[in-house]
Design a protein around this ligand. Sequence first.
Ligand SMILES: [Zn+2]
Length: 106
Amino acid sequence: METKEKVTHTPTPWKVYGAGRQIRDEKENVVAIMRQFDDVLDKQLPHIENAAFIVSAVNSHEPLKIALTDIAKLFHDISNHSSYFHHCNEPRCFSNREILAQAEGK
Ligand SMILES: [Zn+2]
């Protein structure tokens, strides 16, 4: 049976449009207008730099979560810890599970 991942945000990949003025999804729907962030972003940098950074972070988020999960489980396995990764109380495994939970918004 195929399971579909629950998507809780605009699907990726996101792209930079209009010389950094907008971020759009793969169907070219506007996700963000960079001018909206003028109060919180560094005004010395052009919008395109901030937009590119946001798009890069968003587009790499899911692959990085998958890679960290694989690496964390591999670390657990080769360390011969005594329980399953999801129940392991070794400090590194506990920390890795917290980081993954944070990345998943839990
Ligand atoms: Zn472990």
